[in-house]
Design a protein around this ligand. Structure first.
Ligand SMILES: Cc1cc2nc3c(=O)[nH]c(=O)nc-3n(C[C@H](O)[C@H](O)[C@H](O)COP(=O)(O)O)c2cc1C
Length: 207
């Protein structure tokens, strides 16, 4: 089949796009508003985009509040900081819970039964239950072209200025033990995947 997204003529019961760019890592973004209210939400339009300096991005869709912004985006733009927590099999239910559409006054970290840990270089807290935390400084936001206000997406770029790795996930050889961390990724629809065991394989690049 072939379809042109702008014509929305795929003829399928659900938009297949999310099932085609897969698996997507999940940036579990903690931020705070200027009054110090904590916010936590998962973003699977998320990735690392370069090494030096290490840089990540997440894309925020339209929010349901008066200003049309999601709380994470509003907070990052107001305070210039966020933390990206690694979402794993062990925290999958809490991650999902933290995506609930609640008001900006609700701390989703607490609401999801999680514990906060202070960060070192930024004000937003880290999720204690996550094995990896990336402390980030906002670089800039980029508004993407959109078909309507409802389809508005803003890409947020952040420089990773501090990295925490739970020592129990560093092997004796000094490698990150992804097999034990079991990160999860987003597929299309309500589906997810898990990295670990036989899903990990090794290939050397040609010399
Ligand atoms: C696994 C997962 C991935 C998500 N990815 C995105 C995303 O990339 N962009 C987005 O705008 N919303 C995404 N959402 C929805 C947001 O998490 C949800 O709208 C949340 O309420 C936003 O919270 P905030 O307003 O506190 O930032 C995702 C939800 C889940 C469960």
């Amino acid at each position: 089949m072939f379809y042109e997204p702008v014509k929305q003529d795929h003829g399928l019961p659900k938009n297949p796009f999310n099932s085609l760019v897969i698996p997507r890592p999940i940036g579990w973004i903690s931020s705070i508003d200027p009054e110090g209210v904590v916010n936590l939400a998962p973003y699977s339009f998320f990735n690392a985009v370069c090494y030096r300096p290490p840089t990540v991005m997440f894309a925020s869709g339209a929010g349901s509040h008066d200003d049309g912004l999601k709380d994470s985006l509003r907070n990052v733009e107001a305070t210039g900081e966020f933390v990206c927590n690694l979402s794993t099999w062990a925290t999958r239910e809490a991650m999902n819970q933290s995506s609930a559409s609640v008001g900006p006054d609700v701390d989703e970290l607490k609401m999801s039964g999680l514990n906060a840990l202070p960060s070192i270089l930024v004000k937003p807290p880290r999720v204690k239950e996550a094995p990896v935390h990336l402390e980030c400084k906002h670089i800039r936001s980029v508004d993407l072209p959109n078909w309507s206000e409802k389809d508005r997406y803003v890409v947020v770029f952040g420089e990773v200025i501090g990295v925490h790795i739970d020592d129990q996930y560093i092997t004796e050889e000094g490698l990150v033990d992804v097999d034990q961390m079991k990160p999860i990724g987003r597929l299309g629809y309500d589906d997810y995947t898990l990295v670990g065991g036989e899903t990990i394989f090794t290939m050397k690049r040609p010399g």
